[in-house]
Ligand binder design. Structure first.
Ligand code: 7PJ
Length: 284
């Protein structure tokens, strides 16, 4: 288990020995329904601070809900949501901030405000100019596999070999990133749990994550299972707020199968589970 380094805009992040935890910070009106702009800004910053206290290694800030079935948001609206939070948080710079966006204009503003990673759930399919922004800032770039758009992905005809499809899609995304001048050491890959996959295929991806890890051995492997609907389904259609223990099980399974970074909402629980999983992994 060699320690390797992921190149971000202003630092190198070691990975491979301890699994890294990426805490999710949604700055969308649905997550902060009441109050005005100022109130949601304060709440978002406080939430980030709490996740850092709980042991998060990266904060992933998103201003567009990319949940399957969701509508898109304009770049201006997305910017107004995320930039003030990044500015406030990056001012206290302790851990790197990631911007969860598929738009190059949002990525550019977020990097200027202090973000060090771009997390693109479309793997450069929606706006390839994201790669130019990553290259210019030498930022980290997460390339996630997805099919269709958030609006259409659950209606797409299923592919029959999901492992091959994820490997093919990620190779294509990496090639586009390279063409735009992104350094390979800045790229992380993600199989995109829940994005255009059936519940069974999500389980298959976790179960065979070692195959994906093996194919992309030179890249950090990120995975996000947190509160996703395949967990709800396994537990008897429970809502998102009752998926914590299922999330922990899928997170630990992912870590044992080669994930280097896990994207979660519940940082404290994930950090504790991963400390134990990492200790077992190191003893192997
Ligand atoms: C993911 C993400 C994921 C990465 C979302 C949700 C949906 N970014 N953004 N990987 N999921 N890299 O959190 O339920 O799995 S949004």
């Amino acid at each position: 288990m060699p320690i390797r380094q992921w190149k971000l805009a202003r630092r190198w992040l070691p990975y491979g020995e301890q699994t890294l935890v990426m805490g999710v910070l949604n700055v969308t009106p649905d997550s902060f329904s009441d109050g005005g702009q100022f109130d949601s800004l304060d709440r978002a910053v406080a939430h980030a601070t709490q996740m850092i206290r709980e042991g998060a290694d990266v904060i992933d800030i998103g201003g567009e809900s990319t949940r399957p079935g969701s509508a898109s948001v304009s770049a201006e609206e997305e910017l107004q949501r995320v930039v003030p939070v990044i500015e406030r948080r990056a001012g206290q710079a302790s851990i790197p901030i990631s911007i969860d966006t598929t738009k190059s204009a949002v990525a550019r503003a977020a990097l200027a405000a202090g973000a060090e990673i771009i997390n693109d759930i479309s793997g450069l399919r929606f706006d390839p100019l994201i790669a130019d922004e990553a290259a210019r800032a030498s930022a980290g770039l997460v390339l996630m596999h997805s099919r269709g758009t958030p609006k259409t992905m659950q209606q797409l005809p299923p592919v029959n070999d999901i492992i091959s499809e994820v490997i093919r899609g990620l190779r294509e995304s990496i090639a586009v990133a390279e063409q735009h001048g992104v350094a390979l050491e800045s790229i992380a890959i993600d199989p995109g749990i829940g994005f255009g996959k059936s519940a069974e295929q999500n389980l298959e991806l976790i179960a065979k994550l070692d195959q994906v890890a093996h194919e992309f051995a030179e890249f950090p492997l990120l995975i996000g299972t947190s509160r996703k609907s395949f967990i709800g389904k396994l537990l008897g259609d429970v809502p998102a707020d009752q998926r914590l223990h299922g999330t922990i099980a899928s997170t630990v399974a992912s870590v044992m199968n080669g994930a280097h970074i896990v994207r979660v909402h519940d940082v404290k629980a994930a950090v504790e589970a991963i400390k134990v999983a990492d200790a077992v992994r190191r003893t192997r």
